[in-house]
Write a protein that binds this ligand. Structure first.
Ligand SMILES: [Zn+2]
Length: 733
């Protein structure tokens, strides 16, 4: 299965709020039928499930009252990027207690349920518990956190480290969701059985404890449909949810007003006949002729009740083997997950985030971890420790930090007097113990001493060559810059961005990630004429059977003359540039026949500083492939020309070409101090010719101004130097 497959989105998405009342969150029916087409076994699974449900209903009128309580272990996954999505532990604990009320009919707002439905308010007798033992048998408070770009937008790809769905009910929170207008979605048991790694609920972090969003989604996980049926289209057509005591309804868009609460459309004259096991009429129940708009499974957001019939359906789901729901409630599982045990008092988890702080004027790209060590701007280290009420913290910073130690519970501003990677240590202490996080590559304080100027070239012959070329992996994942010594342009080493996905591709798509590879400082101060930032790249796309070729990687070249506070984009190379070796069905590694492409980025005079830094910012796409970089340098000529200078045999390069403002002839002169060139039109007529002086046995540049040829069109330039003659096409625009 591949990432972002719309076929796999069998989701019951729910309205995100009244402000978007008119939107339709998703096309569930369409996806559902696609899923059925691809996975016929899903229909069989649902059939089995419905048989189990039906047998439960048949027994309803004769069996004695079911008084069993069911307990369900939960785990909450917080997928975040240190924004509002970094939900506080206490907010989660409080929300779980609130969710639980709806499943025991203890939510106080049942008192506003209209008289017609008061008799049908159901008590599901389902108790929700955060797990206290994780799948490895370690104590937990049932909340785990994942720092990831996949919080915006959230999707099935954001469902990191699902705990086994037959042991825990998984609930993920993200900053946004890919489903436009949706606050959350969940999977029915039958879909959870098909895709156990995606089973559960995913919701906006902002809906943690809002409008019974999570009880609604858990209702789906326990096989409840929307009150109008198995689709996302509220207020469109009369429908039914397979539950008798919720009358037929169109459902309602968000907005809990009187006309909605007393809506009778579709429900007038609604009654149900029941037969006994012997086939005789057992009873006739005249259900309310009003829709149950206050049901948690409507979109009205009146959300006051589950009905008795819904509670039966949820209990049936919890006693069904589909998706292993019936294992959730077993005594053995409750013991294994610690669901019934009191929440343990555990030590905190030390954690911090980093931003560029105040000082040094305007700062762009505040999340970058790079600044020159002399920079007036500072890094801000923010305490994010969690998992217990932290009583105190202890910070330690290397590299001659301006604040080498601190006990700040919030944040610490720092700059560094020693260049290089900075080690940051944070120890968090609570009544239950301590935890220390040490990051050896927390931030990079760059040296300001230039490593070179024009003519500088770096071919990364050993890992030591990248010592002052920091590679920043912002999300500590598999997609990252790294030194590589299995291939290279002129030797066997280079730098690569490993974009090829070596995972199971169920979660953690590369799309949304970005990582940086930054050069040391170059001294370009006062340089006139053309200056180029040059390098070579080679890469490929990925081809996957049945999916064709996938190439979404992009590489941006940025420049900074402010020591990293501000970066300016100079160029971007996209799929068509980067994947110059075609598509591969496996991880791309350059071979002897692979082509390295010269890349040149012109550096305008405003970026020629005593400390000019360049940055490769890679934005990998979903199912991309590796990109390799080598021979990075600064030149008067584009990389292709510099390359020519290093090989035997003279040649002629014309750039830019085509050109509207004249162009340069670049050539390697022979033994003589003179040369000449001739410009001819396509008919061979001489348009212009010029004798020029040249530096023998060296690269020379001669400018042909636009007015030498006059009329736009194609021309041929022939250059003669010593005994060598070269002719090249020149396009004048
Ligand atoms: Zn829903």
């Amino acid at each position: 299965m591949f990432k972002r497959s719309s076929l796999l989105v069998l989701a019951m998405a729910c309205m995100a709020g009244t402000s978007i009342a008119q939107s339709q969150p998703c096309a569930t029916d369409e996806h559902y039928h696609q899923l059925l087409t691809h996975y016929p076994q899903l229909a069989e699974m649902e059939k089995q499930f419905n048989q189990q449900v039906t047998s439960g209903l048949a027994a309803r009128t004769t069996a004695s009252a079911d008084t069993t309580w069911y307990d369900v272990p939960l785990v909450v996954h917080v997928v975040h990027d240190y924004g509002m999505d970094f939900l506080a532990d206490d907010a989660i604990y409080e929300a779980v207690q609130n969710w639980a009320l709806a499943f025991v009919s203890a939510n106080p707002d049942t008192n506003v349920v209209i008289p017609a439905f008061k008799p049908y308010i159901g008590n599901a007798r389902i108790r929700l518990h955060l797990a206290t033992i994780d799948p490895d048998g370690n104590p937990t408070k049932g909340v785990i956190r994942h720092h990831s770009y996949l919080t915006s937008p959230g999707s099935d790809q954001s469902k990191f480290t699902p705990w086994p769905n037959n042991k825990y009910m998984n609930i993920w929170f993200t900053n946004t969701l890919g489903n436009s207008g949706a606050a959350a979605y969940a999977y029915y048991p039958s879909s959870g059985a098909m895709m156990p790694h995606y089973d559960g609920v995913i919701s906006l972090a902002s809906y943690l404890n809002t409008s019974k969003t999570i009880p609604h989604e858990l209702g789906h996980c326990l096989n409840l449909q929307h009150v109008w049926g198995n689709n996302n289209n509220a207020a469109v057509a009369c429908g039914d949810d397979q539950v008798d005591d919720t009358p037929p309804t169109k459902g309602h868009s968000p907005g809990c007003i009187t006309s909605v609460i007393y809506d009778t459309a579709c429900a007038t004259g609604y009654a149900k006949m029941y037969v006994s096991s012997s086939g005789l009429l057992d009873s006739l129940v005249d259900y309310p002729d009003t829709t149950n708009s206050q049901n948690i499974m409507d979109y009205s957001y009146c959300s006051n009740m589950f009905s008795k019939g819904q509670c039966e359906r949820m209990r049936d789901a919890l006693t069904s083997s589909v998706a292993g729901r019936n294992n959730l409630i077993t005594p053995a599982n409750l013991a294994a997950t610690g669901a019934l045990a009191p929440m343990p008092d555990l030590p905190p988890v030390a954690e911090f985030s980093i931003n560029k702080g105040v000082g040094g004027g305007s700062v762009t790209d505040a999340r970058s971890l790079f600044l020159t060590y002399t920079n007036a701007a500072q890094f801000s280290f923010n305490n994010r420790s969690w998992n217990d009420t932290v009583a105190s913290v202890q910070w330690e910073f290397s590299n001659g930090a301006s604040t080498p130690v601190s006990t700040s519970m919030t944040n610490v501003l720092n700059r560094f007097s020693v260049p290089g990677w900075v080690t940051v240590s944070l120890t968090a202490t609570s009544n239950a113990g301590t935890n220390t996080l040490v990051k050896t590559n927390a931030v990079y304080a760059a040296d300001t001493t230039p490593v070179g100027t024009l003519g500088y070239a770096q071919s990364f012959t050993s890992a030591g060559d990248v010592t002052n070329w920091p590679m920043i992996n912002y999300y500590d994942n598999q997609f990252k810059w790294e030194f590589y010594n299995g291939a290279g342009k002129d030797d066997n080493s280079c730098v690569r961005f490993r974009s090829y996905d070596t995972s199971n591709r169920r979660t953690g798509t590369a799309a949304g990630d970005y990582d940086d590879f930054v050069t040391p400082a170059f001294n370009l101060e006062g340089l006139g004429g053309d200056v180029y930032f040059n390098f070579f790249s080679t890469g490929a796309s990925t081809s996957i059977s049945g999916w064709g070729t996938r190439t979404y990687d992009s590489l941006q070249i940025d420049v900074s003359v402010t020591g990293g506070t501000r970066w300016t984009k100079l160029a971007a190379f996209r799929t068509s540039d980067l994947a110059n070796n075609g598509s591969r069905s496996s991880e791309f590694v350059p071979g002897s026949t692979s082509t390295w492409i010269p890349r040149s980025v012109a550096v305008s005079s405003i970026y020629r500083n005593r400390q000019t830094f360049f940055r490769f910012r890679m934005r990998p796409g979903n199912i991309g492939n590796n990109v390799y970089i080598d021979n990075v340098g600064i030149g008067l000529f584009p990389a292709a020309v510099s390359e020519m200078a290093s090989v035997e045999g003279n040649d002629l390069i014309i750039y830019p070409n085509p050109s509207a403002n004249g162009c340069n002839l670049v050539f390697k002169a022979g033994n003589e101090a003179k040369a000449q060139y001739v410009v001819r039109d396509v008919a061979g007529k001489v348009i212009y010719q010029q004798a020029i002086s040249a530096t023998p046995n060296a690269m020379n540049t001669e400018f042909i101004s636009r007015d030498r040829v006059g009329i736009p069109g194609m021309y041929f330039v022939t250059l003669t130097s010593g005994n060598a003659t070269s002719t090249r096409k020149m396009i004048v625009q």
